[in-house]
Each structure stands twice: as C-alpha cells, then as structure tokens.
Design a protein around this ligand. Structure first.
Ligand code: FMN
Length: 479
C-alpha cells in the first residue's frame, strides 16, 4: 500500500503514536489544523435534513420473527417473512433507529440501535425499494428518529431492494478529525452487522457488497462525494441490486465542511464495477439458547464499566469469535485476561492452544488503548489487524469494514449470551509489538468483551427512545 497517497496516506497521518496526544494533529499541511475538535459552536446536526419531500411513516409495531439471535448469527436458515413496509422498517430500525436519548449540557444525543465510535453516528441509510408492499418504488432516506421514509429519488433500475449505507465524514471528523474516515467504515461494519442479522432473521437473504460503482451510487442517493459518500450496499436476495439511478436524487442538507485528506482517501478507492456479495461462511452447527434478534439488539449498548474480577467460561470466548468471523478473512488476535482454563496472553485466532505471548497483559492493553479502563477490565479483547502491504485503496476500506462487522457481531453474540462488549480505539504504533508482529501490521479495531458491572437500560420502540443517564467509563491515569 502506498503510504504517500490515498488511503495509505490517511492511515499514516492519522495513526496515533505514543508521544503525541490523540487529539493533537500531526504536523503536516495535508491535515486541517484550523478546526477545533469538539467545538460546541460547530457541532454538526445528528442527521441529514430534507425539506418538502414526500414522507412515508413506517408502522411502529415491529414484526419480530422471534428467531434467537444466536441462530441468526450462526447462519441458520429462517422462515421468509413478507418484505413489506413493516418488515423493511424493522430491519432499518434495528440498525439505524433512534433507541435511546441522552439530555445534558444543553445538548440532546440520539443513540442509534448500533454503536458508533464516540457516539458520533456519522452514517445515513437509504432504501432503494423495488416491490416492497406499502412502499412506492423509489430511493428513500431513512429517518431513524421519526421512523419514516423520505423519498429522495425516483425508482432505480435493477430488480431487488437494496440498502445503501453512506458516511458523513465531518460528523465524526468534528471530534476525531481525519481519523474519522476510518470510523466511517468501523461504524458501517457495526451497523451492517445489525442490518444483516435483522434481515437474515426474517429470511430476507441479505447480501453485502463493498465493491460497487461509486459515482453511480453517489448519484443514486444524492451524495456529493465530499460531504457524504456511499460505503456499502445490502441487497435482499440474489437478483440485480436496484442501484442504477433513473434520475437525479435530492441531496439534502449537510454542513459544508470538507476534510480534503478524507476526500482523497475515498476517491483513491473509487471503482466502476459492481462486485459479488461477501461470502457468508459456513453456518455454525451449535447454537446456544438466546433471546430473539430484536430483543438482543434493544438490550445491547456499549458497556462503559466491566467487572475485572469476574471471568467467563471458554464457550463465551469461542462461540462469539466463531460467529463473528464467519466468512471474514481479516486476521484477528485475542488478548485473554479472564477466561477460565485459557491462560492469559495473546493468541492468534483460531489457535487458542499456544499463545503468541503469554502472561497478564491487562496493564499493556490499558496503555495501548489510551488508558481506557475497559481494555484492562474486559475478560478478553479481540484485535483486528492486517499487513498493509497486501491492501490497495479499496482493500483498505474493506479491511476496516470487515473489522467493524466483526465488532458488531461480537457485540450481538456477547449480549445474546449474557455478557457485554464495547468497541475500542488504540495507539497504532504500539500494536505490532503487542501482537509480536512486524511494523507493517496495521491495527484495524479492538473489541472488549467482559462481564458487565451494571445493566444497560433497554432501548425504546420506534419514536419512543428510552431516556438514559451518562455512565462514565473508567480512565486510568498513567503512573
Ligand atoms: C467502532 C467503535 C469504536 C469504539 N471505540 C470506543 C472507545 O475507544 N472507547 C469507548 O469507551 N467506547 C468506544 N466505543 C463505544 C461507543 O462510545 C458507543 O458505541 C457509543 O457511545 C454509542 O453508545 P451505544 O453503543 O451504547 O449505543 C466504540 C464503538 C464503536 C462502534
């Protein structure tokens, strides 16, 4: 991968290093230094705005097919439900619906069904519908707050309903500057893990594509490629995705702030062809009991405090990892802190017999994860990382997306089995030594899984988010 242009340059210039604080930009003219992170005066709105377009409210009673979350994550078949407005709305809500709301400091934070680094929620979801009962064919933006579709464009050519996930770089860049471009893909993978699981549990045969004609899909949803760009497609079934625009789409309103390094990283990976769907991987035959997909998604949150004195049995390590990594080729490691019968250390999945490094690594994980308590308090921490040499600009996007997908599935598997999880960021420069790997191995994303120290409040129904209070994660000051 070329570290002097495109995604490689962004990776290099946004890598955290040991001796520079995470919120201090690197000294390079290609990163913006004129934007003050976390400035209340420039806080972007939490979602896109549209004025004067047709709005279709979606049914607020969600048709829960009742499939256990573990069965859906295992890839077990599910009875096919009709794809109508209620079922489409259910799938959208279980990925991007507003389920919790936090009021404080004069600000209202809307929490979506799936997590987002720093709660920035920089994604939008569109449905390009074809033959959905109760929904006119067209390109619709999903309003996760009002649980409604806003028709932004005419019916596309192609034959199967397809969801388009887009990213708004400034919404996460407001806090994380250009590194937020990576977060778009982490968050998209996390969101897609829930859209895929929800759709699979209704027998809708979801197909994920990350290779698509970028320019065409931008026109389809009215994204300008600077302030918003498409990240992934999810189609129902094997027919041609409905992604060929038949006319212009409204572009909606977004703040006009550009991060040129992100634009260049995104553009460098642009392609013209539609790829094949991601492999699903063979189904798991062993399926532990769990509540339904819908219940698990509303129950999940990112655990802010884990109990470091409590361990988990080995199946709570092995099953979530097997389920999360179905069909995924990006390499993963696991740092074991508290799993019964598995000595502490770093393991290269799937080999849990021989650690690549043995010993108690809680303090090291804490340091690598910017002194965030969860990394030391978890029962285990899953680490996605890949050699940069093998990636091009598009492959880099895919690797980040895959890491996010694994994070989201781990999250669901953990909550399905009664434990908890949180995504986690890291000091890039420290990860190769942590894993015992060469410097070219780039960290993608960490996920902490462990015993919760408190119970999260269940998310609310469409249009009725649960009010929550903040829980402050433990930040352990360096000695
Ligand atoms: C990709 C990703 C990375 C995250 N990184 C961190 C992190 O470094 N530290 C942390 O405390 N939480 C992290 N989180 C959790 C978010 O803060 C959390 O998802 C967000 O506040 C929304 O809350 P919820 O997941 O409970 O809905 C991460 C989440 C995701 C999806």
């Amino acid at each position: 991968m070329d570290l002097d242009s495109g995604a490689g340059l962004l990776h290099r210039l946004t890598s955290y290093v040991t001796d520079r604080e995470w919120d201090v930009p690197v000294d390079d003219p290609r990163v913006r230094t004129d934007l003050v992170p976390n400035d209340a005066a420039t806080l972007p709105p939490p979602m896109k705005g549209y004025v004067g377009l047709p709005v279709l409210p979606l049914p607020r009673d969600l048709p829960d097919p009742g499939l256990p979350a573990t069965a859906a994550l295992a890839g077990q078949p599910a009875a096919t439900q009709p794809l109508d407005a209620a079922q489409l709305g259910r799938v959208l809500f279980l990925g991007a619906g507003v389920v919790r709301v936090l009021e404080g400091d004069g600000r209202r934070t809307l929490f979506r069904a799936s997590g987002s680094a720093g709660a920035r929620f920089p994604l939008e979801v569109y449905a390009s519908t074809h033959g959905v009962a109760g929904v006119p064919d067209g390109v619709h933006w999903y309003d996760g707050q009002d649980h409604a579709l806003v028709q932004a464009g005419p019916a596309a050519r192609g034959s199967t309903t397809t969801l388009v996930v887009t990213g708004v770089p400034w919404r996460t860049g407001w806090r994380y500057a250009e590194r937020g471009w990576r977060h778009l893909y982490w968050d998209a993978g996390t969101l897609l893990s829930q859209l895929l699981t929800a759709a699979a549990s209704a027998g809708l045969r979801p197909r994920l594509r990350s290779l698509f004609p970028d320019d065409q899909v931008r026109r389809l949803v009215g994204a300008d490629g600077v302030h918003e760009y498409p990240l992934a497609l999810l189609s129902f079934g094997d027919d041609d995705p409905a992604v060929q625009p038949a006319g212009p789409a409204a572009s909606g309103e977004l703040p006009p702030v550009e991060l040129p390094l992100c634009t260049a990283a995104q553009r460098a990976g642009d392609r013209d062809e539609l790829g094949t769907p991601w492999p699903e991987g063979p189904p798991l035959q062993d399926v532990p009991d769990s509540p339904s997909v819908d219940q698990v998604i509303l129950r999940r949150g990112s655990q802010r405090l884990m109990d470091r004195n409590r361990t988990v049995p080995p199946p709570l390590l092995e099953w979530p990892l097997r389920a999360a990594l179905r069909g995924v080729e990006v390499p993963h490691w696991v740092a074991v802190h508290g799993v019964e019968g598995v000595p502490p250390g770093i393991y290269r999945w799937p080999d849990l017999q021989r650690p690549v490094r043995a010993g108690n690594l809680r303090e090291e994980l804490l340091r690598v994860c910017l002194d965030q308590g969860l990394a030391g308090d978890a029962a285990y921490v899953v680490i996605a990382a890949a050699p940069l040499a093998g990636l091009d600009d598009r492959g880099y996007r895919d690797a980040q997306l895959a890491a996010g997908l694994v994070e989201g599935r781990l999250h669901l598997a953990a909550y399905a089995l009664g434990v908890s999880a949180s995504g986690m960021t890291f000091i890039d420069a420290e990860v190769p030594a942590l894993l015992g790997e060469p410097d070219d191995v780039a960290a993608l994303l960490f996920t902490c899984v462990g015993v919760p120290a408190y119970a999260s409040r269940r998310g609310g129904a469409p249009g009725a988010p649960t009010a929550v209070r903040p829980v402050t994660p433990r930040l352990v000051p360096p000695e």
